[in-house]
Ligand binder design. Structure first.
Ligand SMILES: C[S@@+](CC[C@H](N)C(=O)[O-])C[C@H]1O[C@@H](n2cnc3c(N)ncnc32)[C@H](O)[C@@H]1O
Length: 289
């Protein structure tokens, strides 16, 4: 097999975590009466071109130009889920997702493709599903600040979904604030929407009194948040709404070993047994091998 360039490794690592969790989930639930649903809210096409994940193939012969994306990996899990919901906003990509039905003909009746905004599709799914008979794993894999806090709350309210969220801790949040603690009105509003509160302003930006050259006291501000503290902030917010568990640890991911995103796990199911299993499996699949 062609060796994957380092730049693409974080994408593969993320997808491996998801795939391993889905396989364990299906094994655990196979002897229950629950319908199981894999909900991929930012589904892409099922395949990821290597150049999209930052690969450089000059040194690699016979390289496969694609790696399998989340949708394809989920369809390969055994035993299969009762239903697969793939949501994608981009028209061209949503059309390409239809090919999955011919790639996995034995599962085609279980595959549902929606061209929609993820937030709207997730909220509808959470509201319409009968959670007394269904259980679901949801994957939120946005490029940036697309996931609103209302969506996170809707997932938590189901008390039935296990969530993997690629939280854009650096790219979407911390990078939007300058070293001197400034951000424009649009960036501020975007952070409010993703974090579901304006309280981050006090936590991420410090104000101190300083004497200037003329002996006058002036107030200066600076950014004190880091990508880790931003992630901890989000985990704390999620713990307030998820009645099962939100893991304190996360997987830092990003091109070239940089921490751009934090892969966070949360379980909405408050049952002690479900929580214990979800926590144990999530921790095991997240551990770097
Ligand atoms: C990081 S990619 C997802 C990759 C995919 N999970 C995979 O493994 O192949 C993010 C995808 O979300 C789509 N997207 C962006 N904004 C969206 C939105 N608001 N709702 C649904 N999809 C969106 C993009 O077109 C893109 O395909």
């Amino acid at each position: 097999m062609a060796q994957l360039p380092f730049a693409g490794m974080h994408t593969v690592e993320k997808l491996k975590v998801l795939e391993n969790y889905l396989a364990a989930y299906q094994k655990v639930l196979k002897n229950t009466n629950f319908e199981t649903v894999f909900f991929d809210a930012f589904a892409g096409t099922g395949e990821i071109p290597i150049d999209e994940v930052g690969g450089l193939f000059q040194d690699v012969e016979e390289a496969d130009p694609f790696i399998e994306g989340s949708a394809k990996r989920a369809l390969g899990v055994k035993p299969p889920f009762s239903r697969y919901i793939f949501v994608e906003q981009n028209r061209r990509k949503a059309a390409l997702l239809q090919d999955l039905k011919s790639d996995f003909p034995h599962l085609s009746a279980r595959i549902h493709i929606e061209r929609a905004d993820a937030n709207i599709a997730v909220e509808e799914f959470c509201k319409k599903t009968d959670w007394t008979r269904s259980r679901s794993v949801m994957f939120l894999d946005p490029f940036g600040n697309q996931v609103g806090w209302n969506t996170i709350e809707a997932i938590a309210r189901t008390r039935a979904i296990d969530l993997w969220y690629l939280f854009p801790a650096h790219l979407g949040i911390n990078r939007q604030i300058s070293a001197s603690g400034n951000f424009d009105i649009h960036k501020g509003a975007s952070l409010d929407r993703v974090l579901g509160t304006s309280e981050w302003r006090e936590e991420f930006v410090a104000q101190i009194d300083r004497e200037n050259l003329w002996g006058e006291t002036e107030q200066v501000s600076f950014k004190q948040s880091t990508v880790d503290s931003v992630t901890r902030f989000m985990i704390k917010r999620m713990k307030a709404v998820f009645k099962g568990v939100v893991l304190d640890e996360w997987l830092p991911l990003g091109r070239g070993g940089n921490h751009w995103y934090s892969l966070i796990f949360a379980c909405a199911n408050p049952s002690a047994k479900a929580t214990e299993i979800a926590e144990r499996v999530a921790r095991a699949v997240m551990t770097r091998k």
